[in-house]
Design a protein around this ligand. Structure first.
Ligand code: ZN
Length: 153
């Protein structure tokens, strides 16, 4: 599986070096939220424009570690042009991917996890390579949590 690990690493580095959808959107019409991960000093700003239940525009700002910024970039590429329902599924799939790892690390077999939705993760799959390091999970989910806030704003 070493090849897969390398691929994951490459995807993360690529998104960190060439972040997608970097910038700002005018608010309104766009919705905006800022997320902080004090454990690591990460900051992610998410701007989304929603028209007819579809994310038509997304922009990402902020600064922080490679995982937080690469993860936010991957998220922006994954959600652009998707319906809010599709985005919710993606978000659930990413978070369950993280919590499965969290749980296996704790070696806790008490809880039964809900079946993750069957969605195409694309580059987001690369986050699997990250979540072996529990301290980085908050970095990787920061973008998604901030997106949820932006959509509620
Ligand atoms: Zn971080």
């Amino acid at each position: 599986m070493a090849g897969l690990e390398d691929l994951y690493k490459e995807i993360v580095i690529d998104h960190y070096r060439s972040p997608r959808n970097r910038g700002e959107l005018e608010t309104p019409p766009a919705q905006h939220a800022e997320g902080l991960n004090p454990l690591c000093g990460d900051e992610v700003h998410v701007y989304v424009q929603v028209e007819d239940e579809v994310i038509t525009e997304v922009a990402i700002g902020g600064q922080g570690c490679s995982i937080s910024q690469a993860s936010a970039s991957m998220m922006s590429a994954a959600i652009k042009g998707k319906s809010l329902a599709e985005v919710r599924e993606l978000s659930t799939a990413v978070k369950s991917m993280m919590s499965i790892h969290e749980q296996s690390l704790e070696d806790d077999d008490s809880g039964v996890l809900p079946e993750p939705p069957e969605v195409e993760l694309g580059d987001l799959e690369a986050l699997k390579g990250v979540v072996k390091y529990p301290v980085r999970i908050k970095c990787a989910t920061l973008g998604w949590n901030t997106l949820a806030e932006a959509l509620q704003s």
